[in-house]
Design a protein around this ligand. Structure first.
Ligand code: MOS
Length: 728
């Protein structure tokens, strides 16, 4: 680092903390442009079939109702090329087909929200309904599974000393962020502005351009604040198209917010899984083979994929591996990424299986994992850029007090409670994407840094300000970071733990460029105290440029700009993203430890404490990192013990589509949690040396809890969530 690093690494509070806690942060639905009207979706009450009639007369008769739009009167939209995910995107009111329960079939636009809600309840929809297929376990996968193989796993299993044959089942989960999805759409002639809840403003522009056959530069998407998303805002859903379509039809701005119930049908979910796993090892616990046969749900019209099999390919040294990943098309809305997508589901299976193997062999679970540490990534043949998983085990075991664990299940009691300890490893890939950031230093010595990224919660504006502060040599207060506007410089979707690496590297590049510009200006300026100094010998701190070996010699940005008659300096930073062909295998790692108490008579599980240890390389802000880790441990408790989207397979209805019946952890469920970060940078990954943190922190939480439940009770539960009734 050519600059002193004062802000990066500091546990500073969020730059927008006051804005957020005083209710001044503006979320999508907080925007009410002049003349705004309200839209409420009428959604399908059958799970498959056709709409045979829509009687909107009673709704239209209500004072204040502007229009009821359905496939009967919606304009035909231009042809849309298949995009991402692969398939045919769900489009607003383009045909009479019902693809899943809860699909929008009409929208009511009215002058007040209450009128729209009431009128929506008066719309009578008739259907030609068919029985939907929504049960993953009762349907067949499509006949083009994704497969992977190395060696001959089936033969190796036959000759293995020890084999395990395990069937895992994982429930569907919903994101349930505080802020429901919502959009405010306004047309100005042929230009469209959306105030949208999204993790990807520029992705929303692309989707809307495809949907309406428009040039992307006529669309602007604004989303400066996001009230949690966990992946649900990673792509654009049909309600956004409906808002834009309705606004165009009624020629007024339209506000459309999904109800909590509608978010269960409208913005994706973590798909249900069936994961059959066979493991083979020798007597010393060296894995010889594994076979992973996975089936997961997707919609009939799109195919969602996620990397559920990565852990099984590369986490442990295994000469023979065979994997099958089958998609089961169902009459459901398309699933999507939900925190630690794929990896957290895969880790539940692989990491509880490792615990079973350790138990079978009488080995300590950490010792078993150490015996299977690979020397390089056996799925790609590449060396690891950094892999500090051993350090994670060591630090976690020490902090957690792993040596106090009695390996004998059901051997530790505290009154009526059975006590158990468990641990699990985690892995998540280090994604990096192309990004840009503009930097402007004004004559008053303050700077504005901008990029079209988002902040759904991790504190993006804060961590970016830290990177900019060090690279520019300013204090954080002298910098404003703007995000959440598609007109700003290029940024990837704010998901997959790529934001810090991608946007952070672009911010650093832009600030480095700008600082060098200022230094060049100074050393070439005969009136500057820095005149003719070697630029490499100049640093900036607190807005003052100075000679590193003689800090008394220097001047401020303000003086330099004023004397040179410059109103500002500006630069555009960029980061190219991951290269086409990688030289290393890039992953973040975790070791999560959990202690549980299980009520011996009621089966109730309480998590008593958790320790998570992470190799995410450089940590930009430990306070923000802790909020990621503690949030993810909480989400992992939900995944392990509570969260379960329940579908009535008779009609495809989600029966617990509300926060009273869909259980998420509350504060009372949250134990003492501690996060530890293994120090170190990874400059092979990206110029700021980070590996991403937001996803790895949840990967391994559910199996750590499941393994602790086994240690407490002797009961091996291979399905999620682990409910009280499963333990009775
Ligand atoms: Mo994260 S599930 O990629 O928003």
């Amino acid at each position: 680092m050519s600059q002193p690093q004062a802000a990066v690494g500091a546990a500073v509070p969020r730059v927008d903390a006051r804005l957020r806690v005083t209710g001044q942060a503006k979320y999508a639905a907080d925007n009410s442009p002049d003349g705004v009207v309200h839209a409420v979706i009428v959604d399908s009450s059958v799970g498959r079939g056709r709409v045979t009639g829509i009687d909107a007369r009673a709704a239209e008769a209500q004072a204040g109702v502007v229009k009821v739009i359905s496939h009967l009167n919606a304009p035909k939209l231009p042809h849309r090329e298949p995009g991402f995910p692969p398939g045919e995107a769900l489009r607003p009111f383009q045909d009479d087909r019902v693809r899943f329960f809860g699909q929008p079939v009409a929208v009511v636009v009215a002058t007040t929200l209450e009128t729209a809600q009431h009128a929506a309840s008066l719309v009578k929809v008739s259907y030609d309904a068919r029985p939907p297929s929504t049960d993953l376990g009762a349907a067949d996968p499509a006949d083009d599974p994704e497969t992977y193989a190395r060696g001959d796993a089936d033969r190796a299993l036959e000759s293995a000393d020890v084999t395990l044959d395990l069937a895992y089942r994982m429930a569907r989960n919903h994101h349930n962020p505080m802020e429901p999805a919502g959009t405010v759409a306004r047309w100005d002639g042929d230009r469209l502005t959306l105030w949208e809840k999204t993790q990807h403003v520029q992705g929303t522009v692309e989707t809307m351009a495809a949907e309406f056959g428009m040039s992307p530069d006529k669309i602007r998407v604004i989303s400066p604040a996001v009230g949690g998303a966990f992946g649900s805002g990673g792509r654009t859903w049909v309600h956004t198209s409906i808002a834009a379509l309705a606004a165009r039809e009624v020629k007024r701005p339209v506000k459309l917010v999904l109800t909590r119930r509608q978010t269960y049908f409208g913005v994706g979910y973590r798909p249900a899984y069936e994961y059959d796993l066979r493991l083979g090892s020798d007597r010393r616990g060296r894995l010889t083979a594994s076979v992973h046969d996975v089936r997961t749900e997707s919609s009939r019209y799109e195919r969602h994929s996620e990397d559920v099999l990565a852990a099984g390919r590369m986490l442990y040294s295994t000469p023979h591996v065979r994997q099958v990943y089958g998609h089961v098309p169902l009459d459901v809305n398309t699933p999507t990424w939900m925190r630690g997508p794929g990896y957290s589901s895969g880790a539940f299976c692989v990491e509880t299986a490792m615990d079973e193997l350790a138990h079978e062999l009488g080995l300590d679970p950490i010792e078993l994992r150490l015996r299977n540490e690979p020397s390089d990534d056996e799925s790609s043949g590449l060396p690891f850029s950094t892999r500090r998983l051993r350090d994670c085990y060591r630090a976690g075991a020490r902090e957690f007090g792993w040596h106090r664990r009695n390996p004998e299940p059901r051997s530790t009691r505290d009154g009526d409670w059975l006590i158990g300890m468990g641990m699990a490893a985690g892995v998540y890939d280090t994604a990096r994407s192309e990004a840009q950031a503009s930097v402007r230093l004004d004559a008053d010595g303050t700077a504005l840094v901008q990029s079209a990224t988002s902040d759904m919660g991790p504190g993006t504006a804060t961590s970016m300000t830290q990177v900019a502060a060090d690279a520019l040599g300013l204090t954080m207060r002298q910098i404003t970071f703007r995000l959440g506007d598609s007109d700003l410089p290029l940024a990837p979707g704010h998901h997959g733990s790529r934001t810090m690496a991608s946007v952070g590297s672009a911010v650093q590049d832009g600030c480095d460029k700008l600082r060098r510009q200022a230094i060049t200006l100074a050393v070439q300026d005969e009136d500057s105290p820095l005149h003719s100094v070697d630029p490499a010998d100049v640093a900036v701190r607190g807005g003052r440029l100075f000679v590193k070996d003689d800090p008394t010699r220097g001047e401020t940005y303000r003086r330099l700009l004023a004397r040179n008659d410059r109103s500002h300096l500006e630069a555009l930073g960029s980061y190219a993203g991951a290269p086409e062909s990688e030289r290393f295998s890039f992953y973040a790692y975790a070791a999560t430890f959990a202690e549980v108490a299980v009520d011996a008579r009621l089966g109730l599980v309480r998590v008593r404490r958790m320790v998570g240890v992470y190799d995410a390389a450089r940590i930009i802000n430990p306070r923000l990192a802790d909020s990621q880790a503690i949030g993810a441990m909480t989400g992992g408790i939900g995944q392990a013990l509570l969260e379960h989207t329940v579908t009535d397979h008779r009609d495809g209805r989600i029966v617990n589509a509300n926060l009273a019946d869909y259980l998420v952890p509350t504060h009372a469920d949250m134990p003492e949690m501690k996060a530890i970060y293994i120090e170190g940078e990874d400059f092979e990954a990206d110029p700021i040396g980070v590996k991403g943190l937001g996803e790895i922190v949840i990967v391994g939480v559910a199996p750590a809890i499941a393994n602790a439940v086994f240690n407490a009770t002797g009961r091996r539960i291979r399905h999620l969530p682990i409910t009280a009734e499963a333990l009775l």
